[in-house]
Design a protein around this ligand. Structure first.
Ligand code: IPD
Ligand code: CA
Ligand code: CA
Ligand code: CA
Length: 261
């Protein structure tokens, strides 16, 4: 596909994200229908499903050959990343959506034969749209973001949630050594925060492809690193841990905490 084709797809993706955000904002005046998935802390609402169906229908109409993989069931049969695949989290941070009505995002990553092409993360209530087209830089509300500078553990703010810290010795030592920790409760927002230079790294021990598909494209575009915690390349069809960090800091995390030889 040519650059022009990708610009067309990226613009369409951006307008779908904006439209989806309007639907979510409008829905805030209604009472939520909340259900549990795997356990009582794993929430899903009518809006998670509605927004995923909205993307599914609109993408099929405009790009009939594209595939859609979404958290709420779209494309669950997909077993390869051949062709053009939209990896979508309709609402990332559903717990925040239900409890706080803020700090949630729409995350859309578009891949061609497994290669990241377009990444969009929209923090809906903050009205912050992060967008990257591969090779053309990353933007926040249309303003180009600077490449990520080098960072070191003792001066780093690291996003990691407390549930993981209490389970993993490696994270306990990291928390002791870094300047501070943060946890927003939405993986896409945690990654966007590294992009915006608000935090320096984000660690999670278990995420799904829709949580990191868009963030991975944005982070790489800014010169940041993203792999599993063990330093392996991410697989966009499987759940995995992730380690996102600024240059320098990433290498330090790997050699001092996660891959000590
Ligand atoms: C969750 C959020 C959360 C992360 C969980 C994800 P969801 O996504 O990103 O921050 O810790 O692992 O499942 O379910 O709200 O889209
Ligand atoms: Ca979920
Ligand atoms: Ca998610
Ligand atoms: Ca979700």
């Amino acid at each position: 596909m040519s650059n022009n084709d990708w610009h067309f797809i990226a613009n369409k993706a951006k307008s779908l994200v904006n439209e989806a955000a309007q639907q979510i904002k409008k829905s805030l005046k209604n009472e939520r229908i909340v259900e549990y998935k795997s356990n009582p802390n794993d929430l899903v609402t009518e809006m998670d499903k509605q927004i995923e169906s909205f993307f599914d229908e609109e993408i099929k109409k405009e790009f009939p050959s594209h595939l859609i993989l979404g958290e709420e069931g779209a494309g669950k049969e997909i077993s390869t990343l051949d062709g053009t695949v939209w990896i979508i989290d309709p609402i990332d941070g559903t717990t925040n959506f239900v409890h706080q009505q803020r700090h949630f995002a729409i995350s859309v990553g578009i891949y061609e034969d497994g290669v990241g092409k377009v990444g969009i993360i929209f923090d809906v209530m903050a009205d912050e749209l992060f967008m990257a087209v591969a090779g053309e830089g990353a933007f926040l509300n249309g303003v180009k973001l600077p490449s990520l500078n080098e960072a070191i553990v003792k001066e780093a703010l690291i996003a990691v949630n407390s549930g993981w810290i209490i389970k993993d010795e490696r994270l306990i030592s990291l928390v002791r050594d870094c300047r501070g920790t943060r946890a927003y409760g939405a993986a896409a927002i945690e990654m966007a925060s590294v992009c915006a230079n608000r935090t320096d790294a984000y660690i999670s021990l278990n995420l799904s492809p829709w949580d990191f598909a868009a963030g991975a494209i944005l982070i790489k575009e800014l010169g940041g690193k993203i792999t599993t915690v063990e330093g392996n390349e991410l697989n966009l069809l499987k759940p995995s841990s992730i380690c996102v960090a600024k240059p320098g800091l990433y290498e330090q995390l790997q050699s001092h905490y996660f891959n000590r030889k």
